[in-house]
Design a protein around this ligand. Structure first.
Ligand code: APR
Length: 229
């Protein structure tokens, strides 16, 4: 009986997709330094100006669709050749899947989906298509982006916590760990697990994590090569 595969969980944020040309949120050119998240990423903003919110996400969806996975996304996907890998991402782009990762949990939703605002909250795959005012779900409610806005419930948290608690290695990449409850997932990592965090800079490195400063495309591929050797 071959030995069980070791398990790696990757927790990623917008910094991972920065080198694919997609903006982060809190860096100097980050989205929330240019726009108001209250107006564009909250139920209140949606109730007040749905057309403005739709236009914002339509533009983000088109950009994300045109973007390509970078060397860090590809390296993370390559880990599956030797490890059981689960990717827990705060990102709403599909670059992990495009790079070849087969087990991805999107805790903040996905740009490639729309959903109704009725009881069923049914999701609809829309890929790069825009959502317009007046487009309705089967229950007759206005379609909205399937994105978790501030004040809304984060998705897949139970599963994400369980995966991290069972991981032999945890890699956190490209997130400022400032938005909860996703940021709190690092606390589920086991004491004995190898824990690595890559970011350009970090105010506070969670306990037990080895901090590797630098661009994800420069830090993650050699780390993965080490883990695959
Ligand atoms: N390589 C590695 N890390 C990078 C790179 C890069 N090329 N560029 C930026 N970073 C790092 C920054 O140093 C920062 O720590 O990525 C992090 C980005 O942090 P945020 O902008 O706060 O983004 P994120 O952590 O993904 O935001 C979390 O907040 O607005 C909500 O729902 C949204 O999912 C998002 C959540």
């Amino acid at each position: 009986m071959p030995p069980a595969r070791q398990k790696i969980v990757v927790l990623s944020g917008s910094g991972l997709s920065a080198e694919s040309g997609l903006p982060t949120f809190r860096d100097s050119a980050g989205l929330w330094n240019q726009y108001s998240w209250v107006e564009l990423a909250s139920p209140e903003g949606w109730a007040k100006q749905p057309e403005v919110v739709l236009a914002f996400y339509n533009e983000r969806r088109a950009k994300a669709w045109a973007a390509q996975p970078n060397a860090a996304h590809l390296a993370i996907a390559a880990l599956e050749s030797r490890y059981e890998v689960v990717v827990v991402t705060q990102n709403v782009d599909a670059l992990h899947e495009r790079a070849g990762s087969t087990n991805v949990l999107h805790v903040h939703g996905e740009l490639a989906y729309a959903r109704g605002t009725g009881r069923s909250r049914r999701r609809y795959r829309i890929d790069d298509k825009p959502i317009e005012v007046g487009q309705r779900c089967d229950e007759g409610t206005q379609l909205r982006p399937d994105i978790v806005w501030f004040g809304e419930e984060t998705q897949h948290m139970e599963a994400a916590r369980a995966h991290i608690a069972a991981a032999d290695k945890v890699l956190v990449v490209g997130t400022s760990l400032t938005v909860y409850p996703a940021a709190g997932l690092v606390d589920a990592a086991q004491h004995h697990a190898e824990k690595v965090l890559n970011s350009l800079e970090m105010d506070e490195v969670p306990h037990g994590f080895r901090f590797m400063a630098g661009r994800a495309t420069e830090v993650v591929p050699p780390l993965v090569a080490e883990w695959l050797s």
